[in-house]
Ligand binder design. Structure first.
Ligand SMILES: [Zn+2]
Length: 366
């Protein structure tokens, strides 16, 4: 499969454009014309993963963390300061990073973490704003079903657990076909009236282009009248963090024991002791302390994330939600496994997907 097609399939499933403004995700290094038959999935790019890819005959590495977070003006390498992307480029490898595109989907890193901690009724801690669009199109009534079905197949009309949601109202369209036109109804130069339906469907903005193309293909008119509106509703489909409830209340000690076991940690840091039993728990894998305010607003008893600084702990001491640092890596320890599952689901037998054995840990206990 061409790398351009691989990239399209990954970004269709893990919506890069929803997170691209605040992150650097997508194809970081590569040649879109390369043929790709095998990939390695890894937590992040390192020399071990590069060797592993080359030895296994893979020319694509898909990572969770992006190897290129900030804008750079040059790529140089030396023995004292090796640049990992230069090393990958020398070995003719392509590198794709998903990072927060894996954080914001429901079967991504945060809902997985919530489920491993036994949380139920899980929802996003901070739903993404500005992800929804409304597509309105005027369709002759004999083509209403065809256009509605095509838009549904493209991904329009999903609201929570409901799919193919649409509304159609009947009305009269009027138009004057110009010279050189080939109208589906009427003749050039003669004013025409037609029974039409105003069909409206909601769509995630990441699928809007695909739905418009499907709609135009199914529509019989030479010139189709349609509108795409931005919506102020927040999406139920994408967001940061997760919040849910334990099936039964737990005392702090027992709860933290369970968290350590799940996350493979020997110690956790917390802003203050838990005075009540734990029921409502929020999580955000990685560096998620900026979502602490959402956890407080959502009345979480505990908020678990990584990379918490001294002053973050101090500021949260007087608030009811206990801020817990379970380390950046601890909260992301399942990232590569989740990515491996999603890549296998996307590519099935078309691209071989191997999970890397190399898991760099940014800190070790000494
Ligand atoms: Zn991270």
């Amino acid at each position: 499969m061409k790398l351009s097609e691989v990239v399209k399939k990954i970004s269709d499933r893990l919506p890069v454009e929803l997170v691209a403004d605040q992150d650097n995700v997508g194809l970081i290094l590569g040649d879109y014309d390369d043929e790709c038959g095998k990939m390695v999935v890894a937590y992040e790019l390192n020399a071990g993963v590069i060797d592993e890819a080359v030895k296994s005959g893979s020319n694509l590495i898909v990572t969770y963390h992006t190897p290129l977070f900030r804008a750079v003006k040059s790529f140089t390498t030396s023995s004292s300061r090796p640049d990992i992307l230069v090393q990958a480029a020398r070995r003719l490898l392509n590198v794709y990073a998903v990072h927060t595109a894996l954080d914001v989907v429901q079967d991504g890193i945060n809902f997985d973490l919530a489920s491993r901690l036994g949380l139920k009724n899980t929802k996003y801690l901070s739903p993404l704003p500005d992800t929804l669009r409304k597509i309105v199109v005027f369709v002759p009534q004999d083509h209403l079903d065809k256009v509605r079905s095509a838009m549904s197949r493209g991904g329009a009309g999903i609201i929570g657990n409901y799919s193919e949601c649409a509304f159609a109202s009947e009305g009269e369209g009027s138009f004057l076909p110009g010279g050189g036109s080939a109208p589906y109804i009427g003749t050039p130069g003669k004013r025409e009236r037609a029974s039409e339906s105003r069909l409206e469907m909601v769509v995630e903005k990441s699928h809007a282009g695909r739905v418009v193309r499907a709609m135009l293909e199914a529509h019989p008119y030479e010139e189709v009248a349609y509108d795409v509106y931005p919506l102020l509703n927040t999406s139920a489909n994408y967001g940061f963090g997760a919040i849910g409830e334990l099936e039964e209340k737990m005392v702090g000690g027992r709860f933290f024991g369970m968290v350590k076991k799940v996350l493979g940690q020997t110690l956790l840091k917390a802003s203050h002791v838990v005075e009540t039993e734990v029921r409502r728990v929020a999580v955000c894998a990685g560096s998620g302390v900026s979502f602490y305010g959402d956890a407080v607003r959502e009345r979480a008893d505990i908020f678990i994330t990584g990379d918490v600084k001294h002053h973050d702990f101090r500021e949260s001491m007087l608030l009811p939600t206990v801020l817990v640092d379970a380390t950046h890596r601890g909260t992301e320890r399942f990232a590569a496994g989740i990515l491996h599952r999603i890549m296998n689901e996307i590519f099935k037998d078309r691209v071989v997907v191997n999970l890397s054995k190399y898991e760099y840990d940014s800190a070790v206990i000494v």
